[in-house]
Design a protein around this ligand. Structure first.
Ligand code: E4P
Length: 226
Protein backbone atom coordinates (compact mmCIF):
# COMPACT_ATOMS: atom_id res chain seq x y z
CA UNK A 1 0.00 0.00 0.00
CA UNK A 2 2.75 2.43 1.02
CA UNK A 3 4.68 1.63 -2.17
CA UNK A 4 1.67 2.17 -4.38
CA UNK A 5 1.07 5.51 -2.67
CA UNK A 6 4.67 6.61 -3.24
CA UNK A 7 4.38 5.50 -6.88
CA UNK A 8 1.21 7.53 -7.27
CA UNK A 9 -1.01 4.45 -7.52
CA UNK A 10 -3.81 5.89 -5.43
CA UNK A 11 -7.46 5.57 -6.40
CA UNK A 12 -8.68 8.15 -8.89
CA UNK A 13 -12.10 9.79 -8.90
CA UNK A 14 -13.58 10.56 -12.30
CA UNK A 15 -16.86 12.43 -12.59
CA UNK A 16 -19.57 10.82 -14.67
CA UNK A 17 -21.35 13.75 -16.32
CA UNK A 18 -21.23 16.24 -19.19
CA UNK A 19 -22.67 19.00 -17.00
CA UNK A 20 -19.87 21.57 -17.05
CA UNK A 21 -21.06 23.47 -13.95
CA UNK A 22 -21.23 20.24 -11.92
CA UNK A 23 -17.73 19.32 -13.08
CA UNK A 24 -16.40 22.78 -12.09
CA UNK A 25 -17.94 22.52 -8.60
CA UNK A 26 -16.46 19.07 -7.96
CA UNK A 27 -13.13 20.07 -9.55
CA UNK A 28 -12.79 23.00 -7.13
CA UNK A 29 -13.14 20.52 -4.24
CA UNK A 30 -10.30 18.38 -5.60
CA UNK A 31 -12.65 15.55 -6.49
CA UNK A 32 -12.08 15.38 -10.24
CA UNK A 33 -9.08 13.43 -11.53
CA UNK A 34 -10.87 12.88 -14.83
CA UNK A 35 -14.25 12.89 -16.59
CA UNK A 36 -16.35 10.25 -18.32
CA UNK A 37 -19.10 11.03 -20.81
CA UNK A 38 -21.39 8.90 -22.93
CA UNK A 39 -24.09 9.71 -25.53
CA UNK A 40 -26.84 9.70 -22.87
CA UNK A 41 -24.93 12.15 -20.65
CA UNK A 42 -24.25 14.44 -23.62
CA UNK A 43 -27.96 14.34 -24.50
CA UNK A 44 -28.85 15.13 -20.86
CA UNK A 45 -26.48 18.11 -20.76
CA UNK A 46 -28.32 19.41 -23.84
CA UNK A 47 -25.40 21.25 -25.47
CA UNK A 48 -23.22 20.79 -28.52
CA UNK A 49 -20.99 17.72 -28.15
CA UNK A 50 -17.73 19.23 -29.36
CA UNK A 51 -18.21 22.54 -27.52
CA UNK A 52 -18.98 20.68 -24.27
CA UNK A 53 -15.91 18.47 -24.45
CA UNK A 54 -13.67 21.40 -25.42
CA UNK A 55 -14.96 23.39 -22.45
CA UNK A 56 -14.32 20.49 -20.04
CA UNK A 57 -10.83 20.01 -21.51
CA UNK A 58 -10.08 23.71 -20.95
CA UNK A 59 -9.93 23.24 -17.16
CA UNK A 60 -9.67 19.49 -16.43
CA UNK A 61 -6.10 18.29 -17.00
CA UNK A 62 -6.96 14.61 -16.38
CA UNK A 63 -8.35 12.04 -18.81
CA UNK A 64 -11.70 12.86 -20.48
CA UNK A 65 -13.52 9.91 -22.04
CA UNK A 66 -15.45 10.63 -25.23
CA UNK A 67 -17.52 7.80 -26.65
CA UNK A 68 -17.56 6.75 -30.30
CA UNK A 69 -20.95 5.98 -31.82
CA UNK A 70 -19.97 4.09 -34.98
CA UNK A 71 -20.59 0.38 -35.30
CA UNK A 72 -17.66 -0.30 -37.64
CA UNK A 73 -13.97 -0.32 -36.73
CA UNK A 74 -13.16 2.25 -39.40
CA UNK A 75 -15.98 4.50 -38.22
CA UNK A 76 -14.67 4.34 -34.64
CA UNK A 77 -11.14 5.17 -35.81
CA UNK A 78 -12.40 8.12 -37.86
CA UNK A 79 -14.27 9.46 -34.81
CA UNK A 80 -11.22 8.90 -32.63
CA UNK A 81 -9.15 11.07 -34.96
CA UNK A 82 -11.66 13.91 -34.64
CA UNK A 83 -12.13 13.60 -30.84
CA UNK A 84 -8.38 13.82 -30.29
CA UNK A 85 -8.41 17.35 -31.70
CA UNK A 86 -10.87 18.46 -28.97
CA UNK A 87 -8.30 18.37 -26.16
CA UNK A 88 -4.88 17.14 -25.08
CA UNK A 89 -6.27 14.54 -22.73
CA UNK A 90 -9.04 12.81 -24.66
CA UNK A 91 -9.55 9.08 -24.05
CA UNK A 92 -11.44 7.25 -26.80
CA UNK A 93 -14.33 5.33 -25.32
CA UNK A 94 -15.28 2.28 -27.34
CA UNK A 95 -18.01 -0.29 -26.79
CA UNK A 96 -17.23 -3.93 -26.07
CA UNK A 97 -17.61 -5.62 -29.46
CA UNK A 98 -15.33 -7.41 -31.97
CA UNK A 99 -15.23 -4.22 -34.08
CA UNK A 100 -14.50 -2.20 -30.96
CA UNK A 101 -11.62 -4.43 -29.87
CA UNK A 102 -10.05 -4.11 -33.33
CA UNK A 103 -10.20 -0.35 -32.92
CA UNK A 104 -8.74 -0.57 -29.39
CA UNK A 105 -5.86 -2.75 -30.60
CA UNK A 106 -5.08 -0.29 -33.40
CA UNK A 107 -5.32 2.80 -31.18
CA UNK A 108 -3.31 1.32 -28.32
CA UNK A 109 -0.52 0.38 -30.76
CA UNK A 110 -0.44 4.07 -31.70
CA UNK A 111 -0.24 5.10 -28.03
CA UNK A 112 -3.79 6.53 -27.99
CA UNK A 113 -5.65 6.00 -24.73
CA UNK A 114 -8.87 3.96 -24.81
CA UNK A 115 -11.70 3.09 -22.44
CA UNK A 116 -13.72 -0.06 -23.16
CA UNK A 117 -17.28 0.54 -22.09
CA UNK A 118 -20.51 -1.42 -21.48
CA UNK A 119 -18.60 -4.36 -20.04
CA UNK A 120 -20.51 -6.76 -17.83
CA UNK A 121 -18.32 -9.87 -17.50
CA UNK A 122 -14.80 -10.81 -16.48
CA UNK A 123 -14.29 -12.49 -19.86
CA UNK A 124 -15.03 -9.18 -21.58
CA UNK A 125 -12.57 -7.42 -19.27
CA UNK A 126 -9.93 -10.01 -20.18
CA UNK A 127 -10.54 -9.38 -23.89
CA UNK A 128 -10.28 -5.61 -23.37
CA UNK A 129 -6.96 -6.02 -21.57
CA UNK A 130 -5.59 -8.28 -24.29
CA UNK A 131 -6.56 -5.68 -26.90
CA UNK A 132 -4.46 -3.19 -24.92
CA UNK A 133 -7.19 -0.98 -23.45
CA UNK A 134 -6.03 1.77 -21.12
CA UNK A 135 -9.25 1.46 -19.07
CA UNK A 136 -12.04 -1.06 -18.80
CA UNK A 137 -15.42 0.17 -17.55
CA UNK A 138 -17.51 -2.52 -15.83
CA UNK A 139 -21.05 -1.23 -15.10
CA UNK A 140 -21.79 -2.21 -11.50
CA UNK A 141 -25.12 -0.38 -11.06
CA UNK A 142 -26.69 -1.91 -14.16
CA UNK A 143 -25.63 -5.39 -12.95
CA UNK A 144 -27.20 -4.72 -9.54
CA UNK A 145 -30.36 -3.60 -11.40
CA UNK A 146 -30.83 -7.09 -12.86
CA UNK A 147 -30.17 -8.88 -9.56
CA UNK A 148 -26.43 -9.55 -9.89
CA UNK A 149 -23.76 -8.24 -7.55
CA UNK A 150 -21.77 -5.74 -9.62
CA UNK A 151 -18.94 -5.68 -7.09
CA UNK A 152 -18.30 -9.43 -7.52
CA UNK A 153 -17.33 -8.57 -11.08
CA UNK A 154 -14.83 -5.94 -9.89
CA UNK A 155 -13.22 -8.50 -7.59
CA UNK A 156 -12.93 -11.01 -10.42
CA UNK A 157 -11.36 -8.48 -12.79
CA UNK A 158 -8.91 -7.31 -10.07
CA UNK A 159 -7.80 -10.93 -9.54
CA UNK A 160 -7.39 -11.62 -13.26
CA UNK A 161 -5.48 -8.41 -13.97
CA UNK A 162 -3.22 -8.99 -10.95
CA UNK A 163 -2.63 -12.64 -11.93
CA UNK A 164 -1.12 -11.54 -15.23
CA UNK A 165 0.03 -8.02 -14.42
CA UNK A 166 -2.25 -6.49 -17.05
CA UNK A 167 -1.75 -2.73 -17.15
CA UNK A 168 -5.39 -1.97 -18.07
CA UNK A 169 -6.97 0.09 -15.31
CA UNK A 170 -10.27 -0.92 -13.74
CA UNK A 171 -12.65 2.04 -14.02
CA UNK A 172 -15.75 1.21 -11.97
CA UNK A 173 -18.72 2.69 -13.84
CA UNK A 174 -22.48 2.93 -13.34
CA UNK A 175 -21.79 3.92 -9.74
CA UNK A 176 -25.09 4.72 -8.02
CA UNK A 177 -24.24 5.24 -4.34
CA UNK A 178 -21.39 5.83 -1.87
CA UNK A 179 -21.24 2.09 -1.01
CA UNK A 180 -20.27 1.32 -4.61
CA UNK A 181 -17.38 3.76 -4.28
CA UNK A 182 -16.31 2.39 -0.90
CA UNK A 183 -16.41 -1.21 -2.14
CA UNK A 184 -14.46 -0.22 -5.25
CA UNK A 185 -11.76 1.28 -3.01
CA UNK A 186 -11.67 -1.79 -0.74
CA UNK A 187 -11.24 -4.09 -3.73
CA UNK A 188 -8.47 -1.89 -5.13
CA UNK A 189 -10.12 -0.61 -8.30
CA UNK A 190 -7.93 1.98 -10.02
CA UNK A 191 -10.71 4.47 -10.73
CA UNK A 192 -14.39 4.99 -9.98
CA UNK A 193 -16.47 7.31 -12.09
CA UNK A 194 -19.08 8.93 -9.91
CA UNK A 195 -22.16 11.02 -10.78
CA UNK A 196 -22.26 14.51 -9.16
CA UNK A 197 -25.15 13.51 -6.87
CA UNK A 198 -23.19 10.59 -5.42
CA UNK A 199 -20.13 12.80 -4.93
CA UNK A 200 -22.29 15.15 -2.82
CA UNK A 201 -23.60 12.19 -0.80
CA UNK A 202 -20.02 11.29 0.18
CA UNK A 203 -19.88 14.34 2.44
CA UNK A 204 -22.94 13.38 4.43
CA UNK A 205 -22.93 11.91 7.91
CA UNK A 206 -25.56 12.72 10.55
CA UNK A 207 -22.88 13.02 13.25
CA UNK A 208 -20.89 15.47 11.12
CA UNK A 209 -23.96 17.67 10.66
CA UNK A 210 -24.86 17.42 14.36
CA UNK A 211 -21.26 18.14 15.40
CA UNK A 212 -20.97 21.24 13.19
CA UNK A 213 -24.31 22.52 14.48
CA UNK A 214 -23.17 22.11 18.11
CA UNK A 215 -19.81 23.83 17.51
CA UNK A 216 -21.54 26.78 15.83
CA UNK A 217 -24.01 27.03 18.69
CA UNK A 218 -21.22 26.96 21.32
CA UNK A 219 -19.13 29.47 19.36
CA UNK A 220 -21.88 32.04 19.85
CA UNK A 221 -20.84 32.33 23.52
CA UNK A 222 -17.46 33.87 22.63
CA UNK A 223 -17.56 34.90 18.98
CA UNK A 224 -18.81 38.12 17.51
CA UNK A 225 -18.87 36.62 13.95
CA UNK A 226 -22.15 35.80 12.26
C1 E4P B 1 -19.48 5.71 -17.62
O1 E4P B 1 -18.47 5.54 -18.21
C2 E4P B 1 -20.74 4.99 -17.94
O2 E4P B 1 -21.16 5.29 -19.22
C3 E4P B 1 -21.77 5.33 -16.90
O3 E4P B 1 -21.18 5.19 -15.63
C4 E4P B 1 -23.03 4.51 -17.00
O4 E4P B 1 -23.83 4.80 -15.88
P1 E4P B 1 -25.39 4.42 -15.81
O5 E4P B 1 -25.49 2.94 -15.77
O6 E4P B 1 -25.86 5.05 -14.53
O7 E4P B 1 -26.03 5.00 -17.02
Amino acid sequence: MVDSFILGGFMKFFIDTADVDAIKTAYDMGLVDGVTTNPSLIKQAGKDHEATIREIASFVPGPISVETISTTTQGMLDEAEIYQTWGQNIVIKIVMSPEGMQAVKYLSAKGIKTNVTVTFSAAQALIAAKAGATYVSPFVGRLDDIGHNGMDLIEQIRTIYDNYSFQTKILVASVRNPIHLLDAALIGADVATVPPKTLQQLFKHPLTEKGIEQFLEDAKSFSTNG
